[in-house]
Design a protein around this ligand. Structure first.
Ligand code: 4NP
Length: 161
């Protein structure tokens, strides 16, 4: 029997209805395209519980669908126990990063948390995925493009190249 090591990845934003479901959908799409579905477990969550139980924001879902990426899942809050479930916790912005670091129960857990865009070789240092929630429709296209670039970089890194 072939045993494949599974890498477990969780994308985290504030509400888990716009940015992190987009990053989750984009990363899953790239993983499937690469024929690596069995090698990854992919999830997303929010640092806040405001939208727990909701589907992705319809603007995020429509933008991603237009680009050939289905979004799914229901919003949930990231909890301390998630540090035991995931190998990599990818924060969308610095506020999410700080909230996750405060929640981390150990140094080992803290070390799992990085900004998503740190994995995009073309992004400036400490670049964020901007919150599109209260902005116009262009913000959702920008989030999608940013997530695509960063998730490509993340997958390249995790594949070791
Ligand atoms: P997300 O966007 O963190 O990308 O899911 C937001 C969703 C909801 C709110 C803020 C950001 N909110 O204030 O309700």
């Amino acid at each position: 029997m072939l045993v494949v090591a599974v890498t477990r990845v969780c994308f985290v934003c504030l509400g888990n209805i716009c940015r992190s479901p987009t990053a989750e959908g984009v990363f899953r799409h790239l993983v499937e395209e690469a024929g690596l579905s069995g090698a990854f477990e992919i999830d997303s969550a929010g640092t806040a519980a405001y939208h727990a139980g909701e589907s992705p924001d319809r603007r995020s879902a429509a933008t991603a669908r237009r680009r050939g990426v289905p979004l799914g899942g229901r919003a949930r809050q990231f909890v301390r126990e998630d540090f035991g479930r995931f190998d990599h916790v990818l924060a969308m912005d610095r506020a999410n990063l700080e909230a996750l670091r405060r929640l981390a129960p150990s140094e080992k857990a803290r070390a799992k948390v990085r900004l998503l865009r740190d994995h995009d070789p073309r992004a400036p240092a400490e670049a964020e995925v901007p919150d599109p929630y209260y902005g116009g429709p262009d913000g959702f296209d920008d989030v999608f493009d940013i997530c695509m670039a960063a998730c490509r970089g993340l997958l390249d890194e995790l594949r070791g190249r």
